[in-house]
Design a binder for this molecule. Sequence first.
Ligand code: FAD
Length: 398
Amino acid sequence: MADLETFRAEARAWLEANCPPEMRQPLKPGESLVWGGRREKFAAPGSKLWLERMVAKGWTVPTWPKEYGGAGLSKAEARVLQQEMRALGCRPALTSFGMTMLAPVVMEYGTPEQKAKFLPPIARGEIRWCQGYSEPGSGSDLASLQCAAVRDGDDYVVNGQKIWTSDAHHSDWIFCLVRTNKNGPKHDGISFLLFDMDQPGVKVSPIILISGASDFCQTFFDNVRVPVSHRIGQENAGWTIAKRLLQHEREMLSEGGGSYQARKKRTLAEWARESIGAGPGVLPDADLRDRIVRVEMEQLAYSASLRRSMESAKAGKGPGPETSMFKMVVSEMSKRRADLRVRIAGVQGLGWEGEGFDESDLEATRIWLASKAESIAGGTSEIQRNIIAKRVLGLPGD
Ligand SMILES: Cc1cc2nc3c(=O)[nH]c(=O)nc-3n(C[C@H](O)[C@H](O)[C@H](O)COP(=O)(O)OP(=O)(O)OC[C@H]3O[C@@H](n4cnc5c(N)ncnc54)[C@H](O)[C@@H]3O)c2cc1C
């Protein structure tokens, strides 16, 4: 424990000396964290320097072995580091699907050569990855996917389409599920490939959303060549890896997602007092008080359960099917919370732009709308319930 306290003091001193003051400011509306990759613009001042310093320290991925760009910290040390970063308000220097989703499966299933090739650029934020899972007609029933890879010498030739590929237009490489065998059970003919998007035959087409923004893409592959050495795991055994990656994705979503809530958070009660103008005392509306308390209690109970589960998983088998419980609960909970916040704000919570709405009004509307997607991304709540029934509770399938 004394060692841990020594580490805490050292970490704090280093962060105080090295985290640029701008990187200790909450995110402004519309401002993004650093996702890395060849197209990263480092829009916020200090963000590049902050990334470079954290990379040099191995603290973008603190628990990874040093040979892959980490710092070899224990989980307990990494938690202390995270606490100290939160205490000082430091933004994460880097956030990425590479770190949270791909790297754990490369560590588990990759060859030594694949680990050496793919992990260090993820730790340094040099390559931004996107996820090529969903296809038109293969969302919840993911194993029915049709995007095909046919062997040609030392390459696969990939043809097909993906959809809802988040941020494909900003990404450099894709981790992609492909069909390598059309005969036999659908789960048994899938392989897991990694490839560079900057090559002939890859076309990315952003999907414009109602907001005018575009986070999603359709991604098309026309005779894209992928070296066989970029396949993780055995041919036709990609389903196991796909499911494992989803557990990591659901774990990441359960912990609050990549979307770092660095903006100053007001509690629902503070929000209600400000919006309704009741001053610092007790809110006069008993029904509203009751609803707020329920949502806040739910949040506390969730955080405590998540913490307990993380503590008991310290032995380190990695995430299991219980991640579906956390993912389902957190996404449904965030919808209720966002809904209540908009209700509290009344018409002020229904603005999209324009005068008459301040930043937090607009934020409330955006969070409310975005919350609707949370119970779909990473597998819908219905699918999580199916997994919980079968894999956690051991109930019979249909
Ligand atoms: C914000 C966001 C980001 C995303 N990012 C990515 C990404 O980067 N890469 C990627 O590959 N995909 C991504 N997706 C796609 C996502 O994984 C799929 O949308 C999701 O798996 C659901 O598939 P679907 O849209 O085809 O719906 P469907 O599978 O058509 O489902 C429609 C409805 O039917 C229900 N349903 C379907 N089957 C069952 C069943 N057996 N039992 C009970 N109910 C059922 C579903 O729960 C849902 O309510 C993203 C989605 C969102 C919203």
